[in-house]
Design a protein around this ligand. Structure first.
Ligand SMILES: NC(=O)c1ccc[n+]([C@@H]2O[C@H](COP(=O)([O-])OP(=O)(O)OC[C@H]3O[C@@H](n4cnc5c(N)ncnc54)[C@H](O)[C@@H]3O)[C@@H](O)[C@H]2O)c1
Ligand SMILES: N/C(=C\C=C\C=O)C(=O)O
Length: 485
């Protein structure tokens, strides 16, 4: 049985009370590991280790920090098979998906921020003064200090490294609290950090839960200068309340209820494939997934049939089987939540064109947390399953007649993370993209990522942007110095 321990000051250790909690394999329901449960003293020890490492780490030249981050990227790639196995055991996702998305992005995230930090400029102004001698005003960037990093379970390594890479390259040290569902790759990364030569205390990992556990203690800790969080909106709101006592800097990547808009002139097959991917990738457990699909009326019926066929063609099964194209949900509890929406939609009169239940699978996968990819039509837009984030392989498809109607439908609701739109009319594509109240718009594509771009949501979908210089700016303070000449 694997043991995922805490990683503090460069050492692996059990929790202070020697308590553990189970780590389940979502594809089989089997317990695959024991996870060390952090105590308040463990949380304090991790923050203290990060604080003690800070003064030396921040004095490293940025080029040296960048070099170490590139070595971490190399370390992830050298051990990619172990990271793959760990990520799949934690999430149940198909190996084919984790091998092409999660693990490569773990390395890419370190490389992009190592590259960008080396070239980060600040600003300088020549200031006129009454005596004619003038003054110089210039900016200096400095690290924030100890950063608390709190991550979700859907893309564990991808989202962890997306945060710690810019934090570390800007001279901060971190204490990471992975999701209780997916402790493995964050822990394995501790070994890679050490092997790469990252000094002890720069990267620390504590395991546990949120409220009344190490997640909450980390947010409240007086020596933690900032919190970067990805997770549910209501969790972000709880973190905001805790962090308010010390007005900590916050970066929030929160929930979404994203729309896909398909115009009649779109490349039909590309739009079907694109919306099937944006609805069902990772079992619909990507914050960017389309749970609302709006299709121009002339192609609506044909599109629903084609999307339902694509849903039925997905194959749930063993992660190691290269033909598996649908993984399980993360937990039994999350499956009950998603099946609750399936039942509610049926009760509300939804027309179910695909799915609506659980697939029949042979042992041990019959004990996994699989649900069928599902396509609904016929519900009013104010139905809870069209307003609330479900975070499963399901979407509701509705027709529209005009561009203005499509924009109004997509902009409804409290979320504003992303949208995908499919049309051959690029003037209309830009017009609609400009009208959508979301942080990211994909046109004739989805989840196509340039890591230099701003990533984040509006409304209840988040605060701030990460990506490119936006991350480097979030993970640093800029100071202005004025020199009288
Ligand atoms: N916007 C994005 O980029 C993005 C990316 C991935 C996931 N998400 C969102 O994340 C959610 C799914 O992930 P999840 O279920 O792990 O989210 P979650 O909010 O339940 O948990 C996320 C993390 O927060 C911790 N946590 C929970 N309560 C806490 C508290 N009070 N104080 C401190 N930490 C606390 C959890 O232990 C976990 O590590 C979905 O809503 C999805 O939309 C958003
Ligand atoms: N932050 C990113 C993806 C988020 C996915 C949400 O589930 C990324 O691609 O950098």
């Amino acid at each position: 049985m694997n043991k995922w321990q805490l990683f503090i000051a460069g050492e692996f250790r059990p929790g202070g009370r020697q308590e553990c909690f189970p780590d389940y394999h979502p594809a089989t329901g089997a317990v695959t590991a024991e996870v060390a449960l952090a105590t308040p003293d463990d949380c304090d020890a991790a923050v203290t280790a990060a604080k003690q490492a800070l003064s030396a780490w921040r004095r490293f030249p940025v080029a040296e920090r960048a070099r170490l981050l590139r070595r971490v990227a190399e370390g992830i790639e050298a051990r990619s098979a172990e990271f793959l196995q760990a990520e799949v055991a934690d999430t149940g996702k198909p190996c084919a998906l984790a091998r092409t998305l999660d693990i490569p992005r773990g390395a890419a995230n370190f490389r992009i921020f190592a590259d960008l930090a080396a070239g980060l400029a600040t600003e300088c102004f020549e200031t006129a003064t009454d005596d004619g001698a003038g003054a110089l005003n210039y900016g200096l960037r400095r690290p924030l200090g100890v950063v608390g990093v709190i991550c979700p379970w859907n893309l564990p390594l991808l989202l962890l490294t997306w945060k710690i890479a810019p934090a570390l390259v800007m001279g901060n040290t971190v204490v990471v609290k992975p999701s209780e569902e997916t402790p493995a790759t964050a822990t394995l990364l501790g070994e890679v950090m050490t092997a790469a030569g990252v000094p002890p205390g720069v990267y620390n990992v504590v395991h546990g839960f949120g409220p009344g556990s190490v997640g909450e203690w980390l947010v409240a800790h007086p020596d933690v200068a900032a919190i970067t969080f990805t997770g549910e909106t209501r969790t972000g709101q709880a973190i905001m309340r805790t962090a308010a006592t010390r007005t900590k800097r916050l970066s929030f990547e929160l929930g979404g209820k994203n729309a896909a808009i398909v115009f009649a002139d779109a490349d039909f097959d590309r739009a079907v494939a694109g919306v099937a991917r944006s609805s069902f990738l990772n079992g619909g457990q990507v914050c960017l997934c389309s749970e609302r699909v709006y299709v121009e009326r002339p192609v609506f019926e044909r599109f629903v049939d084609a999307l339902a066929l694509a849903a039925r063609q997905l194959r749930p099964g063993p992660p190691e089987d290269e033909t598996t194209t649908l993984g399980p949900l993360i937990s039994a509890a999350h499956r009950e939540k998603v099946l609750g929406y399936y039942a509610a939609a049926r009760a509300a009169g939804a027309e179910i064109h695909a799915g609506g239940g659980c697939p029949a699978l042979p042992p041990p996968y019959d004990q996994g947390y699989f649900v069928e990819p599902t396509v609904w039509t016929g519900l009013p837009e104010d139905t809870p399953c069209i307003v609330e984030e479900i975070f499963g392989p399901v979407c509701h498809v509705a027709p529209f007649d005009t561009e203005e109607e499509a924009v109004a439908l997509a902009n409804a609701g409290d979320y504003g993370l992303c949208a995908a739109l499919w049309t051959r009319d690029l003037a209309r594509a830009h017009r609609v993209a400009h009208a959508l109240d979301v942080g990211v718009v994909w046109i004739n594509s989805w989840f196509l990522r340039d890591l230099r771009t701003p990533f984040g949501g509006m409304k209840l979908s988040g605060i701030g942007r990460e990506g490119g210089r936006h991350s480097l700016e979030f993970y640093s303070e800029i100071k202005n110095v004025c020199v009288k000449l």
